[in-house]
Design a protein around this ligand. Structure first.
Ligand code: ZN
Ligand code: ZN
Ligand code: FE
Length: 758
């Protein structure tokens, strides 16, 4: 006889771990118990040694997805008499390795039940089991138990209670267990707040609304969403006008895999990700026809997703065509999660509101990813991924990092792991600032920790910076300000457990530079907690500053003025008319309202404007995206020349490149070829600088590397030279990864300075 005490941590709560353990033990005739602690399951098993060994083997290698164990501690303990194997109530109090379970897409078995006429949960939008359903968006505290979720408002009916108690049932201890008798219910309201239907009738009417071209708001898993018929240009135009979202692509939900294949070209690998428990939005190649073009104007790709909750599943089967499924907000505001707030803020957007009576405890947007050369790469990390912990290969004090300003996330490091929050959106306005504060509080409360260090961006005016300053002061702990592009590179170092030295190539739209100018075309030599700027783009002026983001031709004018002075006044006159062009020229000459920048994002804009693509942009990055897409038909091309002015840092002179682009436009070279050559130039630039500096390892990061062609070409050129290249995958290369990088830098600096280590 043997008795073992086992502690297993990883993704072990809210994923059917205890029923699995119970089955694995009773099948082998073992006695003992299993119990949830905060972030770990504790098990004691007793029986014949061979059976106990087989049990441990099964536990380590056979736990069913999405559960996964990444740490297991086993020790022998004294035998004692027990008659059976039991599931004990959860253990209260703090534990060392907590984890908050993430929301999981409907599993195959629940999907079958929801589709089966006569089944108890036929067409029930809130069916779930231990392997699927809401978690993160309903949980109020740890350990994860029904009493600490927003399901506590619903008393289980006898049938659900019986399933919940039966060790052999798929719903054994499924905390959000529900059925049409006892669980959450739907209600459909008109925009005047009249009740139009309840239950299944509400759902049918909502679906009919979408089919009829109306904009329908639904209360989803992690927040309100807006639905509209993706095959109707009129419906999409209505949604765009009301949401004040002129052209930014919308994601589309497809009712089935067949419908998806009909509209998009999807590989097996992509299909697997779409159907995974995280069920992200995936950017996939789009076929012509079916989808209205204005879903994603002039874009060869579309953000596709499959119905990931029973609610979406039943709705899509009724709608029976692809539909836009986008966050319920006005452009750039945080998503609505509260009913009253949704009815208020979405009142002018939606014709119908499909509500339910389960409270959403915290928002979680849909995640967005795409397939890269090494599998899924996330561009927005939220539902299904956040807030799963990321293990670091080093010790850390308790660090709270508040991120940047756009695509915000908050990160908390402790016990050698980082928890990065879900994507919170852009931090404009009071609503967003409150969400940031709430998210930081939420993480600290969940893990019951008090930060020893707070980290933020160097930008003095970010909402995140102000919150960090306030927190550091009120807690009486040090505040570490991390330069924006350094944080970008450090995020890559955290993901790949790098200490340095690495060459970080951080190219994005803008970040606050240590010399008070706007950086964005940076080469940083990073080692440990420090970074040195070893190369950057030659600076140019941006007449009108932030206005240039919406008007790429301003960036172009800035570049032209920098390189050629008045020699190119005709461009200004063509783009802005004689009067405005003269004003702009004067602004640039006097450096008035013309901040200096080394931004690669703005260089992209400038080149896009020079070749006649998007002199205006309706959202940030539109012109750069147009430039990427136009090159898709072109394969191998020669790069243009760029100058490298020696010095420390090296200065990358784009002037020869811009001159070549202008000449080729004049010579009538196709825009697709010019664009391909431009991309190739930047890839060659990465290669040049990396080899000149003798780098062995390179991190490619920043929003510009969301550009597939750029990332791919740079990767190939660097790898051909024998360099190791690291591209962010688990966390976005854009500002969504900044908090992770801040945590790493602040932690290393604190440890170097002898800060405490938890
Ligand atoms: Zn299920
Ligand atoms: Zn029930
Ligand atoms: Fe950035």
């Amino acid at each position: 006889m043997t008795r073992l005490a086992i502690e297993a941590s990883g993704i072990v709560q809210g994923v059917g771990m205890r029923p699995f353990v119970h089955r694995a033990a009773t099948e082998r005739g073992l006695v003992g118990w299993v119990q949830n602690g905060a972030g770990a399951v504790r098990i004691e098993v007793q029986g014949r040694s061979g059976d106990v060994r087989a049990f441990v083997e099964r536990l380590t290698h056979g736990c069913p997805p999405p559960a996964s164990i990444d740490r297991i501690v086993v020790r022998e303990v004294e035998e004692r008499y027990e008659a059976s194997f039991r599931i004990l109530g959860s253990l209260e109090g703090s534990e060392r390795y907590p984890s908050i379970p993430t929301d999981l897409a409907v599993c195959d078995e629940c999907a079958l039940e929801v589709d089966a006429p006569g089944a108890r949960r036929y067409r029930y939008p809130f069916a779930n089991c231990t392997r699927c359903g809401p978690r993160f968006t309903i949980v109020e505290g740890l350990p994860y138990d029904r009493a600490r979720t927003s399901m506590k408002a619903f008393a289980m009916c006898p049938d659900c209670a019986a399933e919940y108690e039966a060790p052999t049932d798929r719903r054994f201890h499924a905390q959000p267990i529900a059925c049409p008798v006892c669980g959450p219910q739907l209600t459909l309201l008109s925009s005047e707040r009249h009740v139009l239907g309840r239950g299944d009738a509400a759902l049918r009417l909502a679906a009919a609304g979408v089919v009829a071209g109306e904009v329908v708001a639904i209360k989803g898993i992690g927040g309100y969403q807006l639905l509209a018929d993706a095959t109707s240009a009129q419906a999409i135009a209505r949604l765009r006008a009301r949401k004040h979202r002129e052209a930014k692509p919308f994601a589309v939900m497809f009712p089935s895999l067949a419908a998806l294949h009909h509209c998009c070209i999807v590989s097996d690998e992509e299909e697997r990700e779409l159907a995974s428990p995280a069920a992200p939005i995936l950017l996939v190649a789009r076929r012509g026809g079916v989808l209205a073009d204005c879903v994603a104007p002039n874009n060869p790709r579309v953000g596709a997703m499959l119905p990931y909750s029973p609610l979406h599943r039943v709705l899509s089967s009724e709608i029976a065509r692809p539909f836009v499924c986008t966050s319920g907000n006005l452009s750039d505001e945080p998503m609505c999660t509260d009913d009253a707030d949704a009815l208020e803020r979405l009142g002018g957007i939606a014709d119908l509101f499909l509500l339910h009576d389960r409270r959403i405890v915290r928002p979680a947007d849909d995640s967005v990813g795409r397939m890269g050369p090494h599998g899924l790469a996330l561009l927005r990390r939220a539902r299904g991924y956040a807030p799963l912990p990321w293990r670091l290969a080093e010790r850390t004090p308790i660090v709270l990092a508040l991120g940047a300003q756009l695509k915000s996330t908050v990160a908390l490091a402790m016990h050698g792991q980082v928890i990065v929050s879900q994507h919170l959106g852009d931090m404009h306005g009071a609503e967003a600032a409150r969400l940031l504060t709430r998210t930081a509080d939420d993480l600290l409360r969940f893990y019951q920790v008090r930060p020893e260090v707070v980290a933020c961006d160097e930008h003095p005016d970010y909402a995140s910076t102000r919150l960090a300053e306030h927190l550091a002061k009120s807690l009486g702990v040090p505040l570490v300000r991390v330069q924006h592009h350094h944080a970008h590179v450090a995020a890559g170092m955290a993901e790949y457990a790098l200490d340095g030295p690495v060459l970080g190539i951080a190219w994005d739209g803008s970040g606050y530079g240590s010399d008070d100018s706007i950086w964005g075309g940076e080469f940083l030599w990073c080692e440990g907690s420090e970074a040195r700027r070893v190369a950057h783009l030659r600076p140019f002026g941006l007449p009108g500053g932030a206005q240039a983001i919406r008007e790429p031709r301003r960036a172009a004018l800035g570049v032209l003025h920098e390189a050629f002075g008045r020699e190119v006044d005709d461009y200004g006159q063509r783009w802005f008319g004689a009067v405005d062009a003269a004003v702009l020229a004067r602004m640039m000459e006097r450096s008035c309202s013309t901040p200096r920048t080394t931004s690669m994002g703005r260089l992209f804009d400038a080149v896009a404007a020079l070749v006649g693509l998007g002199e205006q942009a309706r959202f940030e990055g539109e012109a750069a995206m147009a430039l990427e897409f136009v090159a898709e038909s072109v394969d191998a091309v020669e790069p243009y020349a760029v100058g490298l002015q020696p010095g420390d840092p090296l200065v990358v002179d784009w002037e020869p490149l811009v001159r070549a682009v202008i000449d080729e436009v004049r010579a009538g070279v196709p825009v697709s070829v010019i664009s391909a050559r431009f991309h190739e130039t930047l890839a060659a630039l990465a290669e040049d600088v990396a080899t000149r500096l003798g780098a062995a390892r390179v991190v490619l990061t920043g929003g510009c590397f969301q550009n597939t062609r750029l990332a791919q070409r740079a990767l190939e050129r660097l790898e051909r030279r024998g360099l190791r290249v690291y591209v962010p995958r688990a966390f976005p290369p854009n500002d969504g990864g900044i908090s992770l990088g801040q945590v790493l830098v602040a932690s290393r600096r604190a440890l170097r300075g002898g800060a405490p280590c938890a």
